[in-house]
Design a protein around this ligand. Structure first.
Ligand SMILES: NC(=O)c1ccc[n+]([C@@H]2O[C@H](COP(=O)([O-])OP(=O)(O)OC[C@H]3O[C@@H](n4cnc5c(N)ncnc54)[C@H](O)[C@@H]3O)[C@@H](O)[C@H]2O)c1
Length: 410
């Protein structure tokens, strides 16, 4: 059972899958080691992830470990249709296509939950919140879940505070081998890629305003600086702002940055970061884009209600009542996944190894776990780093007995 855009794209999807798999060695190595024992036999996994070539490696891998795999996209616009076609051809129950309406997106999630998953693997929290609060699914017996991104975890922490959690959720996002590489290097690189594909303008000398200096912001700022841009950072957290300042970036309030920026990239996971009042103050020709999870960071509704002309794929020219032209990338939705292909496979291999080990951890330990948000166990995080170093043939030192003794003395 599946619903996708075009089955004829399956061969193209297979090529993309193979390309990604060949560059995700640590994940495929773990899958190969586990494949014989089929640890996921008789388990249904419900995935709500960005349907990309990298995700297909995780989904096919889970199937090879014995799971029944059901999947939908983690965003209405980001599904790669060739990958969805390939996954359907491999017997995965997938409900995903690019350019969905909100109700189609919702329908796909309902289909996944109707398959009664034992474990949910979510990206942003839409599927888990539906499993918690939609009456149709209240009787599901979900033993646990994992979460791929910062925004999802923020939502569960609020649920946990109010005592609303119905099963344990492992915050895969918070593993060091996830955030430090996926959120920073992955988003850093794929944001530049998305920007270049959307506008194909020079980055050197441009004033780029990076909103938020968390993991994403640091990665984006670093890569933009590397391309010769003059980077400005806006923040609300004094410690992050100080860090950005010490890292050599210009830190200022949004009201000031709006007047001088050429390009604006929101990386906060927060709502109302670039509002109408900011947009109307920008220079004519300014470009705005978002890489945070939801399309709430820029007032794209205001922009898209103006005189709008699509000037390039994923780029809308919006003419404001004051005559200024503001350019919006990917309608204010995750630009690095829509205008580009998302994170590179090497980085996703780290994130998805954490996912795979966390799924196995839930399977083994769910009876001992409470209905709380859990960090990825430290030994999983360290194992992923060891696997990654080995795959890159990087050797490191180990502490000697004398050093261990020194470390524990006073
Ligand atoms: N596009 C992708 O591929 C991708 C990948 C990973 C995470 N994400 C998403 O990106 C968002 C950010 O993730 P992160 O891991 O960097 O989170 P983070 O918590 O590390 O960083 C967010 C930063 O934004 C700052 N901030 C909040 N409100 C602000 C405001 N009004 N103005 C300026 N700064 C503000 C916070 O102080 C914080 O430093 C989340 O929505 C996350 O889910 C996207």
């Amino acid at each position: 059972m599946y619903k996708i855009k075009d089955s004829s794209l399956s061969d193209q999807g297979r090529l993309a899958y193979t390309w990604a798999k060949d560059h995700m060695q640590i994940l495929t190595h773990s899958i190969n080691l586990l494949a014989k024992s089929k640890p996921l036999k008789r388990i249904t996994l419900g995935f709500c992830l960005q349907i990309t070539k990298e995700t297909s490696v995780l989904l096919i891998g889970a199937q090879e470990l014995g799971a029944k795999v059901v999947a939908c996209g983690g965003n209405p616009l980001t599904t790669k249709d060739d990958i969805a076609a390939f996954l359907a051809s491999k017997g995965i129950e997938i409900f995903a296509w690019s350019g969905q309406t909100k109700s189609e997106y919702d329908w796909c999630q309902n289909k996944v939950l109707s398959c009664k998953p034992d474990i949910i693997i979510d990206d942003g929290g839409d599927l888990n919140t539906k499993a918690h609060f939609d009456r149709k699914f209240r009787s599901l017996k979900i033993i646990g879940a994992t979460e791929e991104t910062t925004t999802g975890i923020t939502r569960y922490r609020s649920m946990q505070k109010k005592g609303k959690m119905r099963y344990p959720i492992i915050a895969v996002n918070n593993a060091k081998t996830k955030t430090m590489f996926d959120n920073k290097y992955g988003t850093g690189q794929s944001t530049i890629d998305g920007y270049l594909r959307a506008v194909n303008l020079l980055l050197a000398s441009k004033r780029i305003v990076v909103c938020g200096y968390g993991w994403l912001g640091k990665g984006v700022a670093q890569k933009c600086a590397g391309m010769g841009s003059k980077v400005i950072v806006t923040e609300v957290d004094p410690i992050k702002a100080l860090e950005a300042h010490m890292d050599g970036f210009n830190v200022m309030p949004m009201s000031h940055a709006t007047k001088i920026g050429d390009i604006f990239i929101t990386c906060t996971g927060m709502t109302d970061v670039i509002q109408k009042k900011h947009l109307t103050c920008m220079k004519s020709g300014a470009i705005v884009g978002n890489v945070g999870h939801f399309d709430v960071e820029i007032d794209s509704k205001f922009l898209l209600n103006q005189t709008v002309r699509q000037v390039r794929p994923n780029l809308d020219e919006c003419i404001l009542p004051n005559g200024k032209k503001i350019y919006l990338i990917s309608k204010g939705r995750v630009a690095n996944l829509i205008a580009s292909e998302g994170h590179p496979p090497e980085v996703m291999a780290l994130s998805f190894s954490n996912q795979l080990y966390s799924i196995l951890y839930i399977l083994k330990n769910h009876k001992k776990m409470q209905n709380l948000v859990y960090d990825v166990p430290k030994q999983i995080d360290s194992q992923v780093a060891i696997d990654a170093l080995n795959s890159m043939n990087v050797k490191i030192d180990t502490l000697s007995k004398k050093q261990i003794k020194y470390q524990t003395s006073w």
